[in-house]
Design a protein around this ligand. Sequence first.
Ligand code: HEM
Ligand SMILES: *[C@@H]1O[C@H](CO)[C@@H](O)[C@H](O)[C@H]1NC(C)=O
Ligand SMILES: *[C@@H]1O[C@H](CO)[C@@H](O)[C@H](O)[C@H]1NC(C)=O
Ligand SMILES: *[C@@H]1O[C@H](CO)[C@@H](O)[C@H](O)[C@H]1NC(C)=O
Length: 213
Amino acid sequence: MGIIARLATVAAVLAGHGLTAPTSAAAQYCDASSGICYSEVTVGVAPITWRIAIPAVGEGPFDVLLQIVAPKRVGWAGLAWGGGMLYNPISLGWANGNTTVGSGRFATAHEQPDFYEAANHTILKGSSVNETHWTLTTLCQGCSTWVHNGGSKETLDPGATAASFAFAASATPPIDVTDPGSPIGIHSEHGIFTVDLSAAKSDQFDAWVAKLR
Ligand code: HEM
Ligand SMILES: *[C@@H]1O[C@H](CO)[C@@H](O)[C@H](O)[C@H]1NC(C)=O
Ligand SMILES: *[C@@H]1O[C@H](CO)[C@@H](O)[C@H](O)[C@H]1NC(C)=O
Ligand SMILES: *[C@@H]1O[C@H](CO)[C@@H](O)[C@H](O)[C@H]1NC(C)=O
């Protein structure tokens, strides 16, 4: 499977860690306890694992199951569904005590993204924090379609074998980790990766979401 892992910023690394080569891997990941299968990519200097599952649909829009697994040194991590920071929904995640928070954002400039009310992030079972990592498991409704700059409507193609997404992360947590609308600081790394969305499809999707609610 083709994977492009490109770190646009390698000079600034997450706290306490030296420069390491960008790592990436793409695979199908099935959770042993829930039986839920995701397309999975591990990328970046943190590194962070991104898992995506979608329903077995022929066209968008569709809901998305997103799981982010990040080392605890990651203060926030975000995925931009259109493949860049600007003009697309961003799913943000971070740790809050023994659980995690999910939040939608939308940026129209390279500055603090706005809170994005058109995408809902429902926190699901499997969201947790342990000694080493935090895990966000969330249902995003509203992440697969959006209005781009200039007004064109964008919709993810569920048949894409290499959908291009962007990510960013910072070692500094949001100002108020209890508030899904909290301001965040700028990333210390960002990059892009591709995900095989067609392999992320399952006709079990609705049952999986119900199981995790
Ligand atoms: C306070 C919050 C943020 C600030 C101040 C900020 C600022 C910036 C700046 C200044 C750049 C460099 C632009 C350039 O030199 O071309 C950039 C690039 C980028 N940022 Fe952010 N950013 C923020 C949040 C985010 C979030 C939440 C994401 C989530 C994915 C993100 C993803 C990216 C990506 C992928 C790039 C590469 C260029 C692009 O795709 O536009 N940023 N950001
Ligand atoms: C998580 O933290 C809350 C609040 O401190 C506590 O009530 C709850 O029992 C904790 N849950 C676990 C699984 O540790
Ligand atoms: C913490 O959770 C992560 C993600 O599920 C897992 O990979 C890791 O083994 C866990 N660590 C401990 C100490 O249980
Ligand atoms: C998000 O939640 C609000 C409030 O429940 C609802 O009105 C809206 O339709 C939801 N949006 C999506 C895209 O599901």
